[in-house]
Design a binder for this molecule. Sequence first.
Ligand SMILES: Nc1ccn([C@@H]2O[C@H](COP(=O)(O)OP(=O)(O)OP(=O)(O)O)[C@@H](O)[C@H]2O)c(=O)n1
Ligand SMILES: C[C@](O)(CO)[C@H](O)COP(=O)(O)O
Length: 241
Amino acid sequence: MTTAHAADPVWVVIPAAGRGSRFGGDIPKQYLEVAGRPLIAHALEVLLSHPRVAGAVVALAADDTRWPNWESLWGKPVLRCHGGSERADSVLAALQALPAGVADTALVLVHDAARPNLRLGDIDRLIAAADAHADGAILAAPVRDTLKRADAQGDIAATEPREGLWRALTPQAFRRGALAAALERARADGVVVTDEAMAMERTGLRPRLVEGREDNIKVTTPADLALVEFLLGKASQGECE
Ligand SMILES: Nc1ccn([C@@H]2O[C@H](COP(=O)(O)OP(=O)(O)OP(=O)(O)O)[C@@H](O)[C@H]2O)c(=O)n1
Ligand SMILES: C[C@](O)(CO)[C@H](O)COP(=O)(O)O
């Protein structure tokens, strides 16, 4: 498998077609206003501000009425497509919606719309790792807590070893053609992959883990919102770089 060259343009895919069922509420969480802007705007803008990034495709729900019709940000194209019933379907649809001139060897960064607190330093290190590692790379955070397995009653059944365990974050960086093929293969096998790396691992590849910021959190429940609001406020003041 070929590796990307350091000057090649990188494209961004943002899965943003989720319903936010765990979050609840009437507004899909990706459109909740946080630190003065919709959640989806924060990560999209920091990704598009990176000099290697050429543009983005955002996967939206077919009945999405809240997309602000951005067609470009930072002078770069922001395209959109309809997502699917699973996150992986939305990612695959966005890969297929990339402009025709984007090569199969082009590096694509897949990033959750629900992760607004992304920093340029993490993007830099992820792209550098993916440029150099043919199997791709993902941002991740080492598990620092003791892990317990629950029984049916919600009591502790076991303590699981945490050595070598990491929490997968996003962006996850892979080459367009290889990622699309891996996602199509998982779909054909009837396997729902929960991240892009899982699809690539299924084909025998071993993507590189790149330690990312612990505060690159995914807004999943209302409890996450206050923390993200605080973190984005600090980021806007130039802190926590
Ligand atoms: N069919 C789907 C499901 C999820 N996503 C996106 O994938 C990201 C991470 O998913 P998650 O946090 O689970 O979002 P939701 O699926 O909306 O949340 P829930 O599982 O609570 O419904 C989100 O940006 C979400 O919009 C997507 O594009 N298409
Ligand atoms: C892709 C991801 O954010 C990596 O941790 C995670 O798998 C998304 O899970 P979700 O249940 O779709 O939010």
